[in-house]
Design a protein around this ligand. Sequence first.
Ligand code: DC
Length: 214
Amino acid sequence: MIIAIDGPSASGKSTTAKGVAERLDIIHLDTGAMYRAATYGIIESGIDLNDLQSIHEFLKNMVLKFDSFNHIWINGKDVSKKIRTNKISSSVSAVSAVPAVRFKMVETQRSIAKGKDCVLEGRDIGTVVFPNADFKFFLIADILVRAKRRLKDLEKIGEERTLNDLINDIKKRDVSDSSRDVSPLVQAEDAIAINTSNLTINEQVEKIVQIINK
Ligand code: DC
């Protein structure tokens, strides 16, 4: 069983996908974390984000994996916390728009989920990675709610930002994620839309689990 949960940033995908996976006792794959880890690796290697040749070289040698705690590792380093900083958030859209990056990620995502029951969250799961997924959900939320959620996440890792800055960052990322040439963020025709603005995490999870159980 493949469950696709797509949506824009801070729409509630990660917490919902994690909760659904726990409830159904199946695997949870955070594909955004994969794009973030690749971005981290590229920046750490001193590669300019416009230097496509060097990004291609980087991808050839990149080793990306999740451990049993669902921590993400790139080239032997656990980067689970490091990929949540604002620096990575503001660069990841550019990296995830590179076709070679997308090709490698989609291939890896399919091979991780192959033959398993899995909840995958991202931007293109129901449209590109698994267009025949058994269940497709598209999460949305008001911009203010999303910015507040991001503010809380950043506070947890000690990063100080204003709500206004985050509103602007999220809007920018929405535009670049939705307007890129390769697999842009778009709701699959057969996806069920869920607005999480006024839902608790439990309610979000419950809504999805009920639909699946039906
Ligand atoms: O869900 P997130 O904010 O952690 O995702 C980080 C970025 O990765 C997001 O701006 C777009 C990109 N992404 C993508 O292009 N395709 C996916 N399946 C998941 C994420």
